[in-house]
Design a protein around this ligand. Structure first.
Ligand code: XMP
Length: 429
């Protein structure tokens, strides 16, 4: 293994992910593990140079104060007990805190700052090869950042032992299914099964207007299609997943109750359970992007804005119709092109169009024309819990409006959504 590690054991402090990030920012790899890690589990972790025990408000579980076992204290590397046994806790202001962390990591533990993407990728390739051997792995490749980075990493590690399944459910943005095929099949020479399930999804969704019902149908149908493809393949032992560190942290630890359950595995039937390959499970989102970049994925894939799982399905408001779905796809493509050309891509957190089930009177070719309207939404946020609108210049909005009404069939009006979250959510459904 190419990198040193500082291990953080979870004694109930909510700041553990923050400490993990701060040490990684110094170039030293970190992992957070449960406080009751065993001697064998410790030995299996590569490169451990030091251990931080950081207690917190959740340290008392069922009336008992938890502590790490003897295995930890006897492991033979420096242990920083940040809130007990007389040692200092973490200083709260920034410079002092960084100095304290640096003193522990570099002076006491002698760790080297050798955490970088090249070493991470090399280590993961070795670990995946060890785990998988000569067996086969299946991956649902949506084209989103996480699944794309997993695919690129596994192609490097095990080549054609990986089979990627890309399900086109008809609710992706313009050009996305084609890009997945181009990047992974044509450029990376992956085993890629492309499933055209557009009609199947749209038929199932026909007439369904309620947003949560739409989401359920899209989710359930996706699992069904994926399962069918998996059953056609022989001898698959592993399922690869784009699980990332926040997924793991949010699914709860022994001391912190789950914020939300971690359901990426979701829904495959009992007789189709695989062992998991999750090479990104220790990375934060920006690190996943850096990993994708280092693996040679295109910027458009690595730095793309968040896109909801149900895709354009929740932006074609109410019951989805093919004409409105095409209109939202085309108008979204124009918006994205113009934001890119005008330096807003990468600056605005999320931007898209939505199309309500609403026609209004307009004039086209000197005749009355009842056509759809399209809504532009552009927001900035830190955590998607609250959001502010981006103040897009009027001149650009007018230009985008002119293009959409001229180029998108059946659309005669464009509206700009000025609503922050709350009261509006980011999506309209
Ligand atoms: P809202 O609309 O709740 O969105 O303010 C917050 C963030 O979540 C995304 N979003 C979803 N992502 N499945 C997803 O994977 C969904 O059903 C879904 N709904 C909303 C939304 O795009 C925004 O980034």
């Amino acid at each position: 293994m190419k990198q040193d590690m500082i291990l953080i054991l979870d004694l109930g402090s909510e700041e553990n992910p923050k400490i993990a990030r701060e040490i990684r920012a110094m170039g030293v790899y970190t992992e957070i593990h449960p406080h009751d890690i065993t001697a064998d589990e410790l030995k299996a972790l590569p490169g451990v140079k030091g251990i931080i025990l950081n207690g917190g408000p959740n340290r008392v579980v069922d009336g008992v104060e938890i502590d790490a076992g003897e295995a930890v204290y006897n492991f033979g590397v420096p242990v920083w007990c940040a809130d007990h046994k007389g040692e200092a806790g973490f200083p709260a202001d920034d410079a002092e805190r960084e100095a304290a962390l640096r003193a522990f990591v570099f002076d006491r533990c002698g760790a080297e700052a050798n955490w970088n993407m090249e070493n991470f990728i090399a280590d993961q390739i070795e670990l995946v090869r060890r785990q998988v051997g000569d067996r086969k792995v299946l991956l649902a490749l949506s084209g989103g950042v996480d699944s794309s980075v997993v695919a690129a990493l596994l192609i490097k590690a095990i080549g054609k032992q990986l089979t990627c399944v890309h399900v086109n459910h008809g609710l992706l943005r313009k050009g996305e299914p084609e890009e997945v095929v181009r990047v992974f099949r044509d450029e990376m020479d992956a085993n890629l099964i492309y499933v055209d399930a557009v009609d199947r999804f749209l038929d199932k969704l026909a007439g369904v207007a309620e947003p949560e019902s739409k989401r359920k149908i899209i989710g359930a149908e996706f699992i069904r299609v994926f399962e069918e493809e998996a059953r056609k393949l022989e001898g698959i032992d592993f399922l690869a997943q784009g699980t990332i560190y926040p997924d793991i942290i949010e699914s709860g630890t022994k001391t912190v109750k789950a914020v939300k359950s971690h359901h990426n595995v979701g829904g495959l039937p009992e007789d189709l359970q695989f062992d998991l390959v999750e090479p990104l499970k220790m990375l934060f989102k920006d690190e996943v992007r850096a990993c994708g970049k280092a693996l040679g994925l295109p910027d458009g894939m690595v730095y793309r804005q968040p896109f909801p799982g149900p895709g354009l399905g929740v932006r074609c408001l109410g019951a989805i119709t093919r004409d409105r779905l095409e209109a939202v796809r085309e108008s979204d493509a124009i918006l994205r092109e113009e934001f890119r050309k005008n330096g807003l891509e990468g600056k605005v957190w999320q931007y898209f169009t939505a199309i309500p089930d609403l026609k209004s009177v307009g004039v086209r070719d000197n005749k009355r024309a009842d056509e759809w309207c399209v809504i532009i939404r552009a927001v900035n946020t830190i955590d998607a819990m609250t959001a502010e609108i981006e103040e897009v210049p009027y001149s650009l909005l007018k230009h985008i409006t002119n293009r959409i009404t001229a180029e998108v069939k059946g659309v005669n009006r464009v509206l700009f959504d000025l609503t922050p979250k709350p009261t509006g959510t980011i999506e309209w459904e």
